[in-house]
Ligand binder design. Structure first.
Ligand code: NAD
Ligand code: GLY
Length: 353
């Protein structure tokens, strides 16, 4: 077991182990000492794999356990599923001493975190991530959200968990393409700040060392979150590839996953950056080779103009400009504010190049 401490408005531990420890219930009690009730949120797939095990461990520690299961997939990250969760919490009489556990991928973590942030004006919650994406990114840092019809993650809150419990063995039941999705976020840390991680994936591909990679990424993310919890400066760098990525996800009607969108987005901004001389000419080729080795796409199927309305709905706009994260070399990126025309020219260069 390794532990990474995240210093933020609420300081908490990310505990990384092979399996969920036998004393998970006691760990939950330590993190949320007053809790008498534990409310587990999971999607149907994750519940059938890991729900009962978690429920038994919590009940074994004397907690009264409730469960709420929703259909898997990004389409559930919406206002009506969110309201359903709030209604369920109130039916279970969950109070401010109690705890919600988000067991699953980023969809469950984002939904559960937003429900925890807003139910009774805020209750404790614990992230129990089961996808690679959730272990390395979404469970850490307190960003919670649901999607609106105008765009992804448009309603949300910063609300830090009280504990994150990663059992890396859960990655063994992930479909290969979902594991690859998570690798897009791992590659992102490599490009942003961690060439050693990038090299590890170049050598190992999808056969990477699970716990080593999760811990590296969590430490990388800790660096961004501890410097800028509320996303006003350094944390914006974590959006590498996301402006185009989110637009692709939406244009596809969410048939393209988050990780695949980010993969295409990173490849495109790196090609555009190299074309302008902002990063070494060989970086786009090296990045594309790695993404393809990880079975991720590097090209968009849609013309850039069909993505424009979605990129304009991105929440990173401030007035007439949006912050675009641009690679400068392997392990270093910068932020370039662009207006609408500059953004479209830049993305067009990246998608064409
Ligand atoms: P997801 O939660 O939909 O999980 C992907 C699929 O894997 C689901 O069908 C799920 O049922 C299944 N699954 C989960 N764990 C499994 C396991 N161990 N074995 C078998 N199947 C399993 O999606 P995701 O890719 O984990 O997360 C994507 C979401 O995360 C997006 O909504 C994205 O916006 C969000 N996100 C949030 C942040 C943040 O900081 N809050 C960061 C990145 C992404
Ligand atoms: N995934 C982006 C962030 O946490 O800031």
């Amino acid at each position: 077991m390794s532990t990474v401490v995240i210093p933020a408005s609420r300081t908490y531990e990310v505990q990384i182990a092979d399996r969920l420890p036998a004393d998970t219930g006691e760990r939950v009690r330590t993190a949320v000492p007053g809790a008498a009730r534990a409310a587990i949120l999971a999607d149907d797939t994750v519940w059938s794999l890991y729900g009962q095990e978690l429920e038994d461990r919590l009940a074994g520690a004397g907690l009264t356990v409730f469960r709420h299961v929703f259909p898997h997939g990004e389409a559930s990250k919406n206002a009506s599923v969110y309201i359903g969760i709030l209604e369920w919490l109130s039916r279970c009489r969950i109070d401010r001493q109690d705890v919600l556990l988000a067991l699953g991928g980023g969809v469950t973590g984002d939904l559960g975190g937003f429900a925890a942030a807003t139910y009774l004006r805020g209750i404790d919650y614990i992230q129990v991530p089961t996808t690679l994406l959730a272990m390395v990114d979404s469970s850490v840092g307190g960003k919670t959200a649901i999607d609106l019809s105008a765009g992804k993650n448009l309603a949300g809150a910063f609300w830090q968990p009280s504990l994150v419990l990663c059992g890396c063995a859960a990655l063994d039941t992930l479909p290969r393409e979902t594991l690859a999705d998570g690798c897009a976020e791992v590659v992102k840390y490599g490009v942003l700040c961690d060439p050693e991680l990038f090299l590890h994936l170049e050598e190992r591909g999808l056969d990477f060392d699970r716990a080593w990679v999760v811990e590296h990424c969590v430490r990388d993310k800790q660096g961004f979150v501890s410097r800028d919890e509320f996303d006003r400066g350094a944390r914006k760098l974590l959006n590498l590839g996301h402006t185009l990525g989110h637009a692709l996800e939406q244009r596809s009607g969410f048939t393209l996953s988050h990780g695949r969108g980010v993969s295409v987005g990173m490849a495109a901004v790196t090609r555009a950056a190299a074309a302008r001389g902002w990063c070494p000419a060989e970086l786009p080729g090296r990045l594309e080779r790695l993404l393809e080795k990880l079975e991720l796409p590097v090209r968009s199927h849609w013309p850039t103009e069909e993505l424009e309305e979605f990129m304009l709905a991105d929440k990173k706009w401030s007035g007439s400009r949006v912050d675009v994260v641009v690679p400068e070399e392997l392990g270093r990126c910068g932020i370039r504010p662009m207006d609408r025309r500059e953004l479209m020219d830049f993305m067009e260069a990246g998608c064409r190049g």
